[in-house]
Write a protein that binds this ligand. Structure first.
Ligand code: ZN
Length: 144
């Protein structure tokens, strides 16, 4: 009988060797303890890639994705391509949909939304609570 891997206790997977940089900005590797495929976006926390064939998806679809990861289970649970969206406004709208669909904003949900196309500055910004958009009243928003 195989002993339980160390990461089963520590809940921290560690990459075995040099991580492979994926087309979409994530890094993949195999856990040196449990030998399962793992994926990271910030190269500090690793998540189980689960049934997702990360490399294959990146090759066939390409570009940028939004990922939902379960921090408690350390697993990626959903992946959304954003390649087809026209602009950042549409991406933000999709993010809001995903947050609602998966209940990300519920206390104790343990889920996080990651954006593979986010710049380092945007990643830092995303971890801070967002201020509500400054909506003006009236139809005079578009200046002539
Ligand atoms: Zn592991």
């Amino acid at each position: 009988m195989k002993a339980l891997a160390q990461c089963w206790f520590t809940r921290q997977h560690l990459p075995d060797g040099r991580p492979h940089r994926e087309e979409d900005g994530s890094h993949t590797s195999y856990c040196r303890h449990c030998e399962r495929e793992i994926v990271t976006w910030d190269r500090s926390r690793w998540f189980l890639a689960g049934g997702f064939n990360v490399t294959h998806l990146a090759e066939t679809v390409g570009g940028r994705f939004l990922f939902v990861v379960d921090v408690l289970e350390e697993a990626m649970i959903a992946r959304y391509p954003v390649q087809h969206l026209p602009d950042e406004v549409a991406v933000d709208a999709l993010k809001a949909d995903i947050r609602a669909k998966h209940g990300l904003d519920q206390p104790g949900s343990g889920l996080e939304l990651h954006d593979s196309g986010a710049t380092p500055a945007a990643r830092r910004k995303a971890t801070r609570p967002r201020r509500a958009p400054n909506l003006r009243s009236g139809p005079s928003q578009v200046s002539a």
